[in-house]
Write a protein that binds this ligand. Structure first.
Ligand code: AMP
Length: 119
């Protein structure tokens, strides 16, 4: 699947539509999910154009990959969910429930999240 430069997160990265930003560095942007599924629900995205987790893992540089995952833990700490805990979700493709074709990590927390996968 080729990258769709008109996906909603690409538009957020270009500043064409707003987001509720919680963190930014040279490689990463993080913002509150517009439809939160938990008291804390933040999306962490690379600034590079990657369709999915698989695209990111295959084609991003080691620095981009390390930067993203270090940012996830940093953001979880800043959001106050590192303790008592949180969940990261990377939906991939159709069966995985991925709606936006720009790789993103969901950080969800702020309450007990229950079972891993909804029925
Ligand atoms: P996924 O199903 O993993 O692709 O998740 C996409 C997420 O993006 C959903 O949780 C949406 O609520 C969220 N979302 C869609 N549009 C926006 C937006 N403009 N700002 C923030 N979050 C968004």
């Amino acid at each position: 699947m080729s990258y769709d430069k008109d996906n909603i997160f690409a538009k957020i990265l270009r500043g064409e539509i707003p987001c509720d930003k919680v963190y930014e560095d040279d490689q990463i942007l993080a913002f509150n999910d517009i439809g939160p599924q938990a008291p804390v629900h933040v999306l962490v995205i690379p600034k590079g154009a990657y369709v999915s987790q698989d695209d990111f893992n295959a084609n991003a540089s080691d620095a981009e990959i390390a930067g993203l995952w270090r940012a996830v833990s940093k953001i979880a700490g800043e959001l106050g969910v590192a303790e008592p805990g949180y969940r990261t979700i990377q939906n991939t493709g159709s069966d995985g429930g991925q709606e936006v074709p720009h790789f993103h990590v969901h950080i969800c927390g702020g309450r007990k999240l229950g079972r891993m996968i909804a029925p």
